[in-house]
Each structure stands twice: as C-alpha cells, then as structure tokens.
Design a protein around this ligand. Structure first.
Ligand code: GRF
Length: 178
C-alpha cells in the first residue's frame, strides 16, 4: 500500500499509476500542484506549511493521514520539502525518493541546472532511501543518462525523467514484494 508525496507536475506519480502499483493516497505540500489531478479516484490531501504551527506539526498530520489510508511505503515523486523526524519515524526505512542525478553527486533543489553548469558529460537517475539529509539516504538503484552538447535544462531533464519513469516503478515493485 503506497502513499505518494508530490509538489509539481507528477509524471513520476503517473508512472507509478500506469504500472498498476497499489497507490492508495497522494499528498502534497501545495494545494495547486498539477500532480494532484493525476490521482483521479485515489484520495488526495494538501498539507501546506502555512496551515500548521511548524514543519513538525505539518509532517505529523501528513503521516497520520497516510497511515489512516493504509500506507506502508511512501514514495517521494517530486516532493520538494525536507521531511522531519515527525514523519520519518512513522515509516522507518519505508520512504524512497527519486532524484535526477547520479547521487551522491549533485544533491539539492536544482540538480539539472547544476550538472549543466558543471559541464558533466554524464547524468543519471537515482532512487534512494530517505533520511534527514538532503538526498543523502542509501542508494537503491541508479542508471546513467548521457548529457548531449546542446542540452538545455529542459531537454536533459526530460531525458532523465524518461529513465526515472521506468526505474522508480521497478524499485517500488521490488520493495512491495519484500
Ligand atoms: C523528477 O525529476 C524527480 O527526480 C525530482 O523532481 C522531478 C519531479 O518530476 N525529484 P514529476 O513531478 O514527477 O514530473
């Protein structure tokens, strides 16, 4: 039973849904995240920081809502906030994230731009366990993606995402089978 956290467009959420994985709840830190519309009949909820006294309170409420919906495994699919222990401790070793670089290289919020600025020839997609750090948990799967000479952030990100859309459902399916 999978819960997915989203902040943006939700193409990775779409890949999980298309793979017929058991997504039972979708939560966002943004009420207007386009990803939420992809959930269709799956229950959704928004947990905006402004509605709570702080990050701990917000994360505790989000974890509670996911647990109430039967979530056992949490997937961060373009979720652009750090999670606090109030959330992490509810799903120990059961939270995964997908990131558009070959971690530990290029963590953070702008990895695609950072890789182009650094002039790397090779990028990639990483699926990893989530801890308190920024994109720092144990790596579960990684795949290389070439950087082409005329790449823009958009063209490179699209190439990486097409790998993410295959890699993430594959890893999540394996975790579900454990
Ligand atoms: C993906 O590239 C993911 O790796 C990163 O944010 C992006 C989310 O894209 N963390 P989407 O919202 O799934 O389309």
């Amino acid at each position: 039973m999978i819960g997915v956290l989203v902040s943006g467009g939700g193409t990775n959420l779409q890949a999980l849904l298309d793979a017929n994985l058991p997504v039972v709840a979708v939560a966002s830190n943004k009420r207007d995240a386009p990803a939420l519309a992809r959930a269709r009949e799956v229950p959704t909820a928004a947990f905006e920081l402004a509605d709570y006294d702080g990050r701990d309170e917000r994360d505790a409420a989000m974890a509670e809502w996911l647990a109430e919906n039967g979530v056992e495994l949490v997937v961060l699919a373009g979720y652009m906030q750090l999670l606090t222990p109030a959330f992490l401790d509810r799903f120990p070793d059961r939270i995964v994230n997908v990131h558009p670089s070959l971690l530990p290289a290029f963590p953070g919020a702008h990895p695609v731009e950072d890789q182009l600025a650094a002039g790397v020839r090779e990028s990639g997609a990483t699926v990893h366990l989530v801890d308190e750090g920024i994109d720092s948990g144990a790596i579960l799967a990684q795949e290389r993606v070439p950087v082409l000479p005329d790449d823009t952030p958009e063209t490179l990100h699209e190439r990486i995402k097409s790998v993410e859309h295959r890699l993430l459902p594959q890893v999540v399916r394996e975790l579900c089978a454990r």
